[in-house]
Write a protein that binds this ligand. Structure first.
Ligand SMILES: Cc1ncc(COP(=O)(O)O)c(C=O)c1O
Length: 425
């Protein structure tokens, strides 16, 4: 943060530039960023302050972050703590108990020495919960996607993915060196064309339960029908939908009655589980293979046992307390309807993830600071995470938000964002 009273936007900041302009540089030293990057970062220091804020308490509905050099209370619409499990007292107690018994780290790859009885218990619990033959745990969601896709696909294969796919899925395909094709977001005709174009040896269609920037569901039924017509295998990323969707929390696949049509289910423990890590669940022979060929599994340390204990307790709570999911969905519907009534464009969202579309970089950063000053914590989302015309804030509603939290958030939005949107109209 720059010195004086309260810094404002720097007039040198060029809002026409974005991360997309500094991918490739001319320097022959790989440590030297592309020309203009460092100056652009410096001029954009005020804008960048909205990123990587220091959280000073748990990821609860109300928390504290550091802002303007001070402890700053905020309504938290930023965390993926959808069911409020990250700070659930029973889960914290389970983690502390495991911490006392097992210490901090697993101190080895699961293949060699990092596997504990708790890890095994969680593998079985996840597989049983999802009705799959086996499941593998990864120490990060990103690593799970990377390891699974690169572990399964080879050069002659084809990965066909939605053009809004998460980078972990795309990077997994890039790492596998398979051929990659994309279909237009949620468009079965476009998937059909991609499958007609691409006749790889083996084809994996990759979809997400809920898309993490737009907050919309995959059009599962139609996309599965097309994949089935072409005999392509489907993998679903349930990162944002696992535990929070479906009658029993088994994700979007359960919600849309599609579980038996999807052989490979990938999810993370970093969202509704409120913890960390990822998993893949599916047929025994596939899991047996991946246990040896998913590099992020074999060559990376196992999850800390205390985290595994927390996930186990979280699974128990989330499956025995469906009211958590009900509260989450009630809160999401209320908040979205109220925002729409204020004239805020929430795009295609039908879930607890909602973009608040601003569509202009400078305006988004100015408003971002205003919202933060007023005590509302939403995530700034800039290009290339979303197209330029959909630069937005992203709000995540949780089961722990009270009506009072949401109403206060709406009042702040009404005072700040809404007048700007009216100006634009
Ligand atoms: C759709 C999707 N898949 C995978 C991941 C990676 O998960 P993690 O953050 O647990 O590494 C994310 C993270 O946000 C995600 O949104």
């Amino acid at each position: 943060m720059r010195g004086d009273a309260r810094p404002g936007p720097d007039s040198d900041f060029d809002a026409r530039l974005s991360l997309g302009d500094f991918v490739v540089g001319q320097s022959d030293d790989p440590l030297t960023p592309p020309a203009g990057f460092t100056e652009w970062r410096e001029a954009g220091a005020w804008e960048a302050e909205l990123y990587e804020p220091n959280m000073l308490a748990s990821a609860d509905a109300r928390t504290q972050i550091e802002y303007d050099g001070k402890v700053h209370p905020v309504i938290n619409l930023c965390s993926y703590n959808y069911l409020g499990l990250a700070n659930h007292p029973e889960i914290v107690a389970a983690a502390i108990e495991a911490l006392r018994k097992y210490g901090v780290g697993a101190c080895g790859s699961p293949t060699l020495s990092g596997m504990t009885d708790l890890h095994r218990k969680l593998e079985r619990a996840v597989a049983q919960f999802l009705g799959r033959e086996d499941a593998i745990l990864f120490n990060s969601g990103f690593g799970g996607a990377l390891g699974t896709i690169s572990g399964l696909l080879r050069k002659a294969d084809v990965a066909i993915m939605d053009d809004r796919s998460h980078l972990s899925l795309r990077d997994g395909a890039v790492l596998s060196r398979c051929r990659i094709d994309r279909f237009e977001h949620n468009d079965p005709e476009s998937l059909d064309e991609a499958l007609r174009r691409r006749h790889g040896k083996r084809r994996l269609v990759i979809v997400e339960g809920i898309y993490s920037m737009d907050g919309d569901f995959a059009s599962l039924d139609q996309l599965l029908t097309v994949s089935e017509e072409h005999g392509a295998t489907v993998m679903i990323d349930e990162a944002h939908s696992m535990l929070a969707c479906g009658e029993n929390g088994r994700g979007a696949a359960e919600q849309f009655n599609a579980e038996s049509r999807i052989p490979l289910i990938y999810g993370t423990f970093s969202k509704a589980f409120g913890a960390l890590g990822g998993f893949i669940a599916g047929p025994q022979e596939t899991m047996d293979y991946l246990r040896l060929y998913a590099h992020s599994y074999v060559y990376s340390c196992a999850l800390p046992p205390a985290v595994v204990a927390a996930i186990l307790k979280g699974l128990e709570i989330a499956t025995s307390e469906p009211e958590l999911r009900e509260r989450l969905w009630e809160n999401a519907s209320y908040f979205r309807a109220q925002m729409n009534a204020l004239g805020i464009d929430t795009g295609a969202s039908t879930t607890y993830i909602m973009p608040l579309i601003v569509g202009d970089r400078s305006r988004m950063y100015r408003l971002g600071h205003e919202l933060r000053r007023r005590g509302l914590w939403v995530a700034p989302v800039d290009y290339p995470a979303v197209p330029e015309d959909r630069i937005c804030f992203r709000a995540c509603v949780t089961a722990n938000h009270t009506r009072a939290d949401l109403d206060e958030a709406l009042n702040i939005l009404d005072d700040t964002l809404v007048p700007h949107l009216l100006q634009k109209a």
